[in-house]
Design a protein around this ligand. Structure first.
Ligand code: MRU
Length: 332
């Protein structure tokens, strides 16, 4: 599924806030507009944010190239882009890769810088297929899988992280049904994951987030598979808010809890999960539903976009390189 188009003079994105009802493409030439789109969740998901971050620096480069303030311009762009969503590691990481090339290699042409962005995108496809090849080996035939948020083609170049594994598992007869947590407050599960699975005719059921532990207790879930936005060196995983409670419930019910993420999701500067910066989003996302207030006026909300699942609760983390068992290895 195509969700992003990299052109030499602009970036095109499938607007994820309009899905599943409308497929609308947006065109960007100014990196500041891309940053706004990132903050507004028109594009989201850690690996794809990396590609968008890289492309945003390229757009800033197009704006400043040939000017005396090129370095200052792209540096400022980097600071703005990288802080747009602080938890997803790939956003700043990939933007920095392009920034470093611009600053350190003066003789490069526009086409060379564009190639760096394209290479990051192409690598994403390769990494995604390698993760899938490792991870589906953890599935038993006819598994009933539970997932959270969206970790498929809308979030990743290629088939996805967790959802990529689930799709491949279905093709191989290893997945019977997918339970999709709706993923409040922005409904990435009910809007986006169901949209992807419907396109592939994979059987799914959308469930309210709070019902997942009950399904587990009734023996309806064989395995939980999720993605990750940033992972500490101990293996503590930051992912969409609600992931931690899923892991607690899975552990209590003796159900394997699998995280699928590219190896760059591990942040060498972060020892433990508590050190991960967790994005807090606007209270209105919790207090309003489809533009209508759901709480008395002047109510306040707490809106963490991610939480941290301690490594002790994770059965395995699958990267494109290997399968890691963080609870037994303790330190990665
Ligand atoms: O806030 P989002 O929609 O960007 O959150 C996305 C997730 O939490 C995904 O699980 C994560 O990015 C990893 S899989 C692509």
């Amino acid at each position: 599924m195509e969700v992003i188009r990299l052109n030499r003079d602009c970036l095109e994105l499938l607007d994820q806030t309009s899905l599943p009802h409308k497929e609308e493409w947006l065109v960007f030439r100014d990196y500041r507009e891309v940053v706004k789109a990132i903050k507004d969740m028109k594009v989201r998901g850690a690996p794809i944010l990396g590609v968008v971050g890289a492309m945003s620096i390229y757009l800033a480069y197009l704006e400043y190239k040939g000017k005396t303030d090129l370095d200052a311009g792209v540096m400022e762009a980097f600071n703005i882009i990288s802080s747009a969503r602080p938890t997803a590691r790939e956003l700043a990481l990939r933007a920095k890769e392009v920034l470093d090339v611009i600053i350190n290699y003066r003789d490069l042409q526009v086409s060379d810088i564009f190639e760096v962005v394209e290479k990051i995108a192409t690598e994403g496809y390769i990494i995604s297929s390698r993760m899938i090849a490792q991870a589906f080996t953890l599935l038993k035939p006819r598994s009933r899988v539970l997932t959270h948020c969206n970790s498929g083609s809308l979030a990743v170049m290629g088939e996805g992280t967790a959802l990529g594994v689930i799709k491949e598992g279905y093709k191989r007869g290893l997945v019977e049904v997918v339970y999709i947590n709706e993923t409040r407050p922005l409904l990435q599960g009910s809007r986006l994951t169901s949209y992807e699975l419907k396109k592939e005719s994979i059987p799914y059921r959308v469930i309210v987030d709070s019902s997942a532990p009950y399904l587990m207790s009734k023996g309806l879930v064989d395995i939980v598979i999720v993605g990750a936005d940033r992972i500490s060196m101990k293996g503590d995983v930051a992912n969409k808010i609600g992931t931690y409670s899923l892991a607690v419930s899975a552990a209590y019910n003796g159900i394997p809890f699998i995280v699928v993420a590219p190896s760059v999701t591990f942040d060498p500067s972060i020892r433990e999960g508590n050190d991960i910066i967790i994005e807090e989003r606007d209270e209105s996302e919790v207090l309003y539903f489809n533009g209508n207030p759901v709480a008395p006026s002047d109510s306040r909300a707490v809106n963490y976009a991610f939480d941290v699942t301690p490594h002790q609760l994770i059965t395995a983390i699958v990267t494109e390189e290997k399968i890691i068992y963080p609870s037994s290895e303790g330190r990665l």
